[in-house]
Design a protein around this ligand. Structure first.
Ligand SMILES: Nc1ncnc2c1ncn2[C@@H]1O[C@H](COP(=O)(O)OP(=O)(O)OP(=O)(O)O)[C@@H](O)[C@H]1O
Length: 471
């Protein structure tokens, strides 16, 4: 069996009409990239097929000679409860549909239903089965304790629970031949996760990373598939494609959300068929690399907008992790600060500087749109200009710049004051605002002033004035 079949388990189509079996297979392949299909015309053979093959999902007709669909449904529910069944029947009768669902069918479609709805139902069932399998794998890991290979994640510094859950998930799916999709904002560490997955996959070959953003379709094909000498004007030498470079290893395609539609079709074909043609060649080569893809885009949204092919999206998200941004795991900031201070100082041949106590606190007030990459760059800059024992806060204050420019969260009505019966006076509002900033900054005036968008001396003056008025 080819490792590129999708899904990883067989889908068994049972119907006594060969023409229907052919047309359903074609529909599933064309609209959803489903290739792991078995067909069966004789209902007496179903039991043996389920026992001998890795059947996850059955699409079952009801009216057949020999064993009826309802009898098969009962047998499957009793003897193979792990197998999911969707009934696709010529009968548009509510009572039959209800009876089938009671017997354990996952869904019921009439043969005349639109193709899209039927394919959608099949994809839902596949997703459910994939989640069940992942769940099973994950819970057995939880039961056996923590990570089996924590060393694979040594380069990813984190104390965040969601990140640790991602590590467990990655361990669970690392050996799967199906693609892994890693999403998350720019700079959150997607490439580091891809490298950890590669380490865990046990693949002997290298990890080859390709950034596909901005590649036009021809360059994309040339980069991935390579070309023969003379394939096009200027092709003076034969060139191996990145797929070949990554043989027995991992091909990491970064910025996959920026891929053009023609290139999406090429990638889908590669995943479906497990074969590709170098430009200028009519001899196919086999895909021998595991594929990991990453993007900072919301692929589901792109798919909904028609900018990303649905079949490719479903195929890619078989295994999916969403890496949280740094602002949602602020507990990582002091760890990353310490880690990068040591690393950068070492690379610059300097002694590791001591950060001021309030630095981590200052950094926690910032939203880090560039995530860990931005924090790393700030630390690099600060350590480069550093001379004395204690690290200066200046670089960080400059890097963070003006207070967060993201809009202030407002009440549902649109203005935090709109729900108040009596508006505070100007000085009352200022006092409350300053007091909140001081609390959030844990008493640190430099940080509080930054939160308020004023200078530290200006804040100090206000506080002094307020004290004098109290006295
Ligand atoms: N948790 C972490 N621990 C240590 N270093 C990290 C961590 N997360 C990210 N980095 C570092 O931050 C930088 C950005 O990480 P990476 O390239 O993996 O991000 P990315 O999500 O792939 O970004 P992009 O979407 O822009 O490609 C790298 O230098 C990486 O080593």
């Amino acid at each position: 069996m080819s490792q590129n079949l999708y899904p990883p388990f067989c889908i068994l189509l049972v119907d006594d009409e060969p023409a229907w079996l052919r047309s359903l297979s074609l529909t599933l392949e064309r609209s959803a990239g489903i290739t792991n299909i078995l067909t069966c015309q004789d209902s007496r053979e179903v039991k043996d097929i389920i026992t001998s093959r890795n059947v996850g999902l059955i699409l079952l007709d009801l009216t057949m000679p020999h064993v009826s669909g309802e009898d098969l449904l009962t047998m499957i529910a009793e003897q193979h409860p792990e197998t999911t069944t969707i009934v696709i029947s010529g009968m548009n009768q509510l009572e039959t549909a209800v009876r089938c669902m009671r017997l354990g069918a996952f869904d019921y479609f009439v043969k005349t239903v639109e193709e899209d709805r039927l394919v959608g139902g099949v994809l839902r069932a596949i997703r459910m089965l994939e989640l069940q399998r992942e769940n099973h794998e994950m819970s057995s890991r939880v039961l056996t304790g923590s990570l089996r290979h924590p060393e694979a994640f040594a380069a990813i510094i984190t104390a965040n629970q969601a990140m640790h859950a991602i590590f467990s998930y990655v361990e669970a799916v690392a050996v799967s031949p199906q693609p892994l999709l890693i999403t998350g904002e720019s700079g959150v560490g997607k490439e580091l996760l891809a490298r950890a997955t590669h380490l865990l996959s046990g693949c002997a070959g290298p990890l080859v990373a390709v950034n596909v953003a901005g590649l036009d379709d021809t360059v994309f094909a040339d980069t991935l598939f390579g070309h023969l000498k003379g394939a096009f004007t200027g092709a003076d030498h034969q060139r191996r494609g990145m797929i070949e470079e990554a043989a027995d290893g991992t091909l990491f395609l970064d910025e996959i959300g920026d891929l053009s539609i023609p290139s999406q079709i090429k990638l889908l074909r590669l995943l479906q068929e497990g074969e590709y043609f170098p430009l200028g060649s009519d001899r196919p080569k086999r895909l021998k690399a595991r594929i990991i893809v990453a993007t900072h885009h919301d692929l589901a949204q792109k798919e909904a907008d028609g900018r990303f092919r649905r079949d490719l999206f479903y195929r890619l998200r078989t295994h999916h992790v969403q890496v949280p941004p740094l602002r949602e795991r602020k507990e990582d900031i002091p760890l990353l600060l310490d880690y990068f201070l040591g690393k950068v100082a070492h690379s610059l041949g300097k002694k590791k500087p001591t950060p001021p106590r309030e630095l981590a606190q200052l950094l926690a007030t910032y939203s880090f749109p560039g995530n860990v990459r931005e924090l790393k760059a700030m630390i690099y800059d600060a350590v480069s200009v550093h001379r004395d024992h204690i690290l200066s806060m200046d670089t960080f204050l400059r890097g963070i710049g003006q207070p967060d420019s993201s809009p202030v969260a407002t009440a549902p009505e649109g203005n935090p004051f709109s729900c108040l019966e009596r508006l505070p006076s100007f000085s009352e509002a200022t006092e409350l605002l300053v007091s909140e900033a001081i609390t959030r900054a844990k008493g640190n005036q430099t940080i509080a002033a930054r939160l308020l968008g004023i200078s530290q001396p200006a804040l100090s003056k206000r506080l002094k004035l307020a004290r004098e008025q109290e006295e």
